[in-house]
Ligand binder design. Sequence first.
Ligand code: FES
Ligand SMILES: [Fe+2]
Length: 375
Amino acid sequence: MTNTLINNVPKNPVNCNDHLSGNPFLLNCWYVGAWPHEVQGDAILARQLLSKRVIFFRDTAGKVNALEDRCSHRFAPLSIGRHTGDGVRCMYHGLVFNGKGTCVEEPGVKGVSRGTDIKSYPTAEKDGFIWIWPGDPELADEALIPDCKFQNQPGKWDWEPRYRYFNADYRLILDNLLDFSHLTFVHENTLGGSSKIANIKPKTESYDKGVRITRWYLDEEKIAPYLRGFETFEGRIDRWNIYDMETKGNVFNMDSGTAPAGTGAPEGKFVPEAMLFHATQIVTPETETTSHFFWSYAHNFNLGNPEFTTMLTDRIAEGFEEDKEMIEAQQVIINENPDTPFAYIHFDRGLSAGRKALAKALEEEAEYFKTKANQ
Ligand code: FES
Ligand SMILES: [Fe+2]
């Protein structure tokens, strides 16, 4: 017997090695570089972002600065330097750099030698994140910082900051976040909990900043496993995930919730016992095959109860560990088969839309840098 094949191969199939052609990352956008608590007091935080080694530190006014992690003199890393007033001292021969990367002190002489300045990156602190602009600094407009306002509404939403490191290409993480069909299999006992989920088709739409995915699970018998014990009501449920993926900065904003079935959630009506959530999930590439994952899971009930926030966030984290295991295992196989394309199945609409939006933005950016180089 032969299998019935569904003719669903897209015109531009997603290739697992598409990151090997051209620049693998967008650079002209704001990325999350750190949580503010990682850069407190005299701390110098070293982090590799977009294949660039960077340090973050605060000046005496509390402003965060980002510099390349490389002294201009003999390339000693400044991350093993010393925070000093408004700058950082290289602890090899003592050059001091301010937050703009200007060399302001050379021990033993008046003034400084020529060519000793280093690169700095525009930074901003907004909605609970430290942002960095790795691309053309002339374009670094703070108005372009993605909206993460749910992390900035105390009294309405409670959340706590989380971080996880992935040994995987950021695009595999984006693929995973744009794909709800894996909930049934990867998260069988945590975030999923219903075999019906794989059969519900999400609505996938493109919008000016990326991709939006909407998925409703109506009149389910049971609450998702991760919410068991946290119920604010009994009985059958309506449940949803509405996901916006912003291509610039790899920012996912997800509205989700669980409400008593038939109380009007699909029409935007939420009864007081509805449990509403807002997930902020941001993937910043470290290198082509490793990534930083910054996330929070804000909730609108049980406010002012940090133990509850931690418990809820821990349960989501359990689900993310399941993703991490799968994604890192994929990366190992991809590394061994870098030229083999993925097969495309009907579950892949969301992730293909995400990859296409990214490919288009990468093309536009390559064009921008080409034009600029010719000027
Ligand atoms: S390497 Fe930094 S001062 Fe010499
Ligand atoms: Fe997942």
